[in-house]
Design a protein around this ligand. Sequence first.
Ligand code: O7E
Length: 216
Amino acid sequence: MVALDVTDENKAIEISREVFQYVDAIKVGYPLVLSSHLSIVDRIKEITKKEIICDFKLADIPSTNEKIASLTLRYGDGIICHGFLGEDSIRAVQEVAKKYGEKGNYKKVIMVTEMSHRGAIQFIQPVADELAEMAKRLKVDGVVAPSTRPERLKTIKDIVGDIPVLSPGIGAQGGDLNKVLNILDEDDYIIVGRDIYESENPGRRAQYYYHILKDR
Ligand code: O7E
């Protein structure tokens, strides 16, 4: 999954065209949407035909989460929420996704457990296993866990079982790809941003990851 955190709409389109054939999904977040418009998701989808995940890391009370999710899921194929707000905040997003599902548009709800940066050790890590257990109980469509700490990635993966894991931290954040690939399964994702979109040739860089994943 490529993280398209660029702040220029044209650049985002250009990179999407170069990388789409080598990725399973495209993650769009605040940097791109705030510098353009949420409808950029539709444009990228139209060009790439790939799954587009909106990474807005929802972290609010249920009724606000619900409003944000309703607006976002008009566009994306999935949405990312924080888990530390508790079960009701996630359920509110799942309810919105369910309504879209009833109309034939399956939407994924993905939950963050432990984050990849150093600061995550401070507050999130101590409760991350419980967050993973909650994600399992709520049957979310995916959880986010760090490539920068393979041992934590493994623990979280073991807790969530068959729920797919999305793992950022490879490339710019220094995660060890070999170690991470020894932990992840076929249904899981690595998320790579800067190492692809800041590269001189994003297409070739995406292809590099594609071959490693395909040939393993
Ligand atoms: O470091 P990069 O450039 O490869 O980008 C990583 C992307 O993953 C970037 O969009 C960042 O916001 C996101 N991310 C993390 O880096 N760490 C996390 O713990 C969680 C995320 C994230 O995407 O969360 C939702 C999936």
